[in-house]
Write a protein of this length. Structure first.
Length: 198
């Protein structure tokens, strides 16, 4: 699994590139690299999730599987009085997320290397966001949902994006086991945005 984005130290040779894009009507520049998720541009699922997000401006937010940072940094813009913690198992991705925060002049974030939610043990959040690592397997994805439920404040919500063909029905069933309320906020080209509230 050395060259897979869901590994702590990708073996792929560096291949840094700059990506200029617009998210939530704000221009961003991201640096990406080989060995990280969606290195050639922000994937469609992440874009759909970013457009759907509704985050209070003072929220304490967690982005699980942050990659090089588009979702977490967008959340930080939506919560200017809040704070965003970004986690990824991939060390290269976390370094890029930190670099991209500086590049885009976003200061209300920190990014940490973490297997799922390990690095935030004992902390709680108002909003948790994930574009889950489907290729890591259903067990990993469902454990992220379980850990998210444990780390949410009462009334807090988990936002996820998932493709219908990549397990949306089983994800929905798992979320319904864990959360009081689960709703489909948006669907677009086979992508589903689910919001599960504790």
């Amino acid at each position: 699994m050395g060259d897979h984005y869901y590994s702590s130290q990708p073996g792929a040779a560096h291949e840094r590139r700059k990506l200029d894009t617009e998210l939530r009507e704000r221009k961003f520049t991201f640096v990406s690299d080989a060995g990280v998720f969606s290195k050639t541009g922000i994937d469609y699922g992440s874009r759909v999730l970013i457009e759907a997000l509704d985050i209070p401006d003072h929220a304490n937010v967690l982005d699980v599987g942050c990659g090089y940072g588009p979702i977490g940094l967008s959340a930080a813009i939506l919560a200017p009085k809040g704070h965003v913690t970004m986690l990824d198992v991939n060390e290269r991705a976390v370094q890029l997320a930190q670099e991209n925060a500086r590049l885009n002049n976003i200061h209300n974030i920190d990014a940490k290397v973490s297997d799922r939610l390990e690095a935030v043990f004992g902390q709680s959040f108002d909003v948790i966001i994930t574009n889950p690592p489907i290729r890591a397997g259903k067990e990993t994805v469902h454990s992220i949902f379980e850990q998210a439920h444990e780390h949410l404040n009462p009334g807090g919500s988990l936002w996820i994006v998932i493709q219908k063909k990549q397990g949306a029905p089983s994800a929905w069933a798992k979320l319904e086991q864990l959360f009081e309320t689960v709703e489909e906020v948006m669907k677009d080209k086979g992508y589903r945005i689910f919001k599960a509230t504790k």
